[in-house]
Write a protein that binds this ligand. Structure first.
Ligand code: B4P
Length: 191
């Protein structure tokens, strides 16, 4: 099994690159952002609560997203590997993920971390907000709040995996195809 974390701040290209990587490597894509937006679209109690936080640019509680990932792992026993996109986003989520994978006798092979400047992140998300219908992309204050959450709570997740020598930084600016080639090269040496 080959398990990969695609890491980076909001708007760094995780979702964009994940689509291409799962097509190339046949991994199962687990995006907590997508899972939460599906709960919102279905107006579940979890979705209603999550939307309130997401609209303010804040993270959803750890136990909620850990529960979602745990059941997604259980419902995909045949997967040849997982691509985690937008998860883990806190140190507690990282520790929980390690335990869940250990139960399945597997682990994270590598974290690929996309590096993008803050001004480029804001520009991309504002542009996506023109068409995405995502309420968290339309307001610059909310976008900046998401980036602040990233610095306060999520950046430490890279330090967690650095302890195990599993982090590779990848330049996240340039064309989508060039970034995809850089990510693929890193995967090819490990898969
Ligand atoms: P996510 O859905 O994970 O949203 P994101 O970080 O904004 O998206 P992503 O980084 O994938 O966007 P992409 O670069 O692909 O999270 C949304 C919210 O859900 C969070 O704020 C939080 O509230 C909640 N949440 C999710 N997971 C959670 C967790 N684990 N714990 C707690 N809360 C959680 O795309 C950005 C734009 O850039 C696109 O328009 C794309 O076309 C463009 N782009 C991509 N690559 C480009 C390039 N090379 N050049 C130019 N533009 C590019």
């Amino acid at each position: 099994m080959f398990n990969l974390i695609l890491f980076g701040p909001p708007g760094s290209g995780k979702g964009t690159q994940s689509e291409k990587l799962i097509a190339k490597y046949g991994l199962k894509h687990l995006s907590t952002g997508d899972l939460l937006r599906s709960e919102i679209a279905n107006q579940t109690p979890l979705g209603v609560e999550a939307k309130k936080l997401m609209d303010k640019g804040q993270l959803v509680p750890d136990e909620v997203v850990i529960g979602m990932i745990s059941s997604a792992l259980d419902t995909n026993p045949e997967a040849k590997g997982f691509l985690f996109d937008g998860f883990p986003r806190t140190a507690a989520q990282a520790e929980a993920l390690d335990k869940l994978l250990e139960l399945k006798k597997t682990s994270i092979a590598v974290m690929l971390a996309l590096n993008v400047t803050e001004e480029e992140l804001v520009k991309r998300l504002m542009k996506r907000g023109e068409t995405s219908g995502r309420s968290d992309d339309t307001n610059e204050n909310v976008i900046r709040a998401r980036i602040t959450e990233y610095h306060n709570k999520t950046a430490v997740v890279a330090d967690y995996y650095k302890n195990f020598d599993k982090v590779v930084m990848v330049k996240g600016e340039g064309t989508v195809n060039d970034i995809f080639s850089s990510l693929s090269a890193e995967i090819d040496t490990r898969i």
